[in-house]
Design a protein around this ligand. Structure first.
Ligand code: SF4
Length: 81
């Protein structure tokens, strides 16, 4: 059995200031969540979405762009593992 490592992306809604930089850099991964007024992971990648965090699993091909978004997020609210 092989276990495939899938990049895990998290948005901390407690620190997100809705600057929107992540949407412009990685619109396939991040979007505005009108319910919370913060950023969330897009479908179909979103796995968990609460008032305080949004967590998703993305394809390996999107890892670099997710990391780029994490690097420019002004509040370091995005992590990619
Ligand atoms: S770049 Fe960071 S602070 Fe701005 S919307 Fe995205 S997660 Fe929130």
């Amino acid at each position: 059995m092989s276990i495939e490592a899938v990049p895990l992306v998290k948005v901390d809604k407690n620190t997100c200031i809705t600057a929107g930089v992540c949407w412009s850099i990685a619109p396939d991964i991040f979007e505005y969540d009108p319910a919370s007024g913060k950023t969330r992971i897009r479908d179909p990648y979103r796995k968990v979405d609460t008032g305080s965090e949004s967590i998703g699993q993305i394809p390996e091909v999107l890892r670099d762009v997710a990391k780029s978004a994490a690097e420019v997020c002004p509040t370091s609210s995005i992590t990619v593992e």
